[in-house]
Design a protein around this ligand. Structure first.
Ligand code: GLN
Length: 195
């Protein structure tokens, strides 16, 4: 069974851990840098990206997280986690981890629609996946090696680039395990490759 970590500094990390267990992985909530050595893949959860970044800096997680991502281990960023992965964030000089070749804009879906649900067709995952969007970002632009997996209202809301997976919404807040299963399969695949 693969071990998948969920960064547990802020946000919806417990729900992700439950979804991972339902998808057949061992879930480990990551609170200390050393725990990154125990896991085969990592989820950066939704929450609030600037608050999460403050805690990442406070606990010296930034460089170890970058190294983890650059070592070829799968990383899945959801909502605020997507913002952390992005190579560029609109209106921000420097990215956070900056490992995925995408540009994201924060809080993209307007004030009146702070939070909403929409049925999505997600490539390789399936149709009718209910996306829960909470002050969600969207992907404005993708690099040539990035595959767009889902759109909502002409906006990119899920994408993959090799070992990196990102989405605007909160897949862990529904009972639909397909997205967690897809990520667990990515982690299983990557853990078979020789390092
Ligand atoms: N708007 C939040 C941010 O900028 C993300 C919201 C979420 O993760 N649900 O971090």
């Amino acid at each position: 069974m693969v071990k998948v970590g969920v960064l547990g500094l802020q946000g919806a990390f417990r729900e992700h851990a439950q979804a991972l267990e339902a998808a057949g992985a061992e879930a480990i909530i990551i609170k200390k840098v050393e725990q990154l050595n125990e896991i085969d893949g990592l989820i950066l959860p939704g929450g609030e990206s600037t608050a999460m970044r403050r805690l990442i800096d406070k606990y010296d997680f930034m460089e170890p997280l970058r190294q983890f991502a650059q070592a070829g281990k799968p990383v899945f960023g959801t909502c605020a986690g997507l913002i952390l992965l992005a190579g560029q964030v609109v209106d921000r000089e420097e990215p956070h981890l900056g490992v995925m070749d995408i540009t994201v804009a924060r809080n993209s879906f307007g004030r009146q629609r702070d939070s909403f649900e929409a049925a999505l067709n997600i490539k390789d995952i399936g149709e009718g996946f209910i996306g829960v969007f909470i002050r969600a970002p969207h992907i404005v632009e993708v690099g040539e090696n990035v595959e767009v997996l889902a759109m909502h209202n002409d906006r990119i809301v899920a994408a993959r680039q090799g070992q990196f997976l990102g989405c605007s919404f909160h897949p862990e807040l529904t009972d639909d395990a397909r997205m967690a299963q897809y990520f667990v399969a990515m982690v299983e695949e990557a853990s078979k490759k020789p390092v």
